[in-house]
Design a protein around this ligand. Sequence first.
Ligand SMILES: Cc1ncc(C[n+]2csc(CCOP(=O)(O)OP(=O)(O)O)c2C)c(N)n1
Ligand SMILES: [Mg+2]
Length: 187
Amino acid sequence: MKGTEAYQELLSVIGDEPVIHANGYICRESFSLKDREANFYMIGSMGLASSIGLGVALCKPEQKTIIFDGDGNVLMSMGTLAMIAAAAPKNLVHVVFDNQVYESTGSQRSLSNVIALEAVAKSSGYREAVKVTRKEEVKPVFEKLMQSEGPSFLLIKVEPAFNPATGRVTHTPEEIKARFMRALSNP
Ligand SMILES: Cc1ncc(C[n+]2csc(CCOP(=O)(O)OP(=O)(O)O)c2C)c(N)n1
Ligand SMILES: [Mg+2]
């Protein structure tokens, strides 16, 4: 499946929940498909969406927090998987779009073709860790994780098929922060 198809499946399930996005194409794809105030776009710093997501989940325990991450981002901050597992927020759903490359910077190969990131998450202590490879599985599995106690990890294997004509996030970092904080205080 293409990344865009996976996003569309997920977006059909997401309501008001905050979604913290990893940098690069992940921000651009989501911004182009459906920009929302509750989307936090981590524009520059790779590897940090997961720790920002953890912080939001701990501060807002009454609602689900979602992280949209990439394989390269997860590999860069693998220690955050342990941090999330140890803090064990029941309301956190960590989604990884695994295209097995650093697509945003020219599709250099990542290690996720040999390292099973869902197994790393599970052995770190995530309550659930699921890998999906077929488009039809994405929505039902995500729905189930959104209704269950976390922290949970959903690894979606996607083709590296980003359309370079996709626009860029047009909000400034300051605007992203202000609107995200507004969305968090008015759920
Ligand atoms: C600390 C740091 N290192 C490198 C980069 C450059 N960079 C931006 S996105 C990216 C690739 C991210 O890979 P992945 O998480 O797999 O997402 P994909 O691009 O495949 O969607 C890289 C290397 C950066 N922004 N910050
Ligand atoms: Mg990638």
